[in-house]
Every structure is written in C-alpha cells, then in structure tokens.
Ligand binder design. Structure first.
Ligand SMILES: [Zn+2]
Length: 76
C-alpha cells in the first residue's frame, strides 16, 4: 500500500497514513485487524472470539487539513 494515497473527501488534501495500535496490556500493542462477520462473545473468558488468521491489518489515513480519518483493510 506504499503507493496508495487517498484524497480527503471533505477538503481534497492528500491523507497521511497511520495505524491503530491495539493494546494487549499497558505496554504491548499489535496492529488492529479487520475480520469478517459479526462479533461473537466468549461465554466464560469475556471479550469476543477472533480468528486472527482471517484478519487484515487496518491502515488509518488522516487528513492533515481537517482531521478526517478513513480506514482501509487491504491485503499487503
Ligand atoms: Zn480534510
């Protein structure tokens, strides 16, 4: 996605690439991923079930002009 440069739909500026850190705890982070389907809750452990192999890392693009953010999950 190095050559992917979306344009802000609000003010037509080139958006800056970023990402969404997903906290494992207060010092460890991974990339947030898009996964298909509806979330399914885990009964006893809490949280939701995730099949990590199905996920696609999410890139976040932010407009430097107005701050608008768009998310893209595109395979590498
Ligand atoms: Zn903008």
């Amino acid at each position: 996605m190095a050559d992917f440069h979306p344009i802000c739909p609000k003010c037509d500026k080139v958006m800056d690439r970023g990402h969404l850190p997903d906290a494992l705890d207060h010092v460890s982070f991974v990339l947030a991923k898009w996964v298909p389907g509806m979330p399914e809750e885990r009964r006893f452990l809490g949280g939701i079930k995730v099949h990590a192999d199905d996920g696609i890392p999410v890139a976040a693009y932010r407009c430097p002009g107005c701050g608008y953010v768009e998310f893209y999950a595109r395979p590498a």
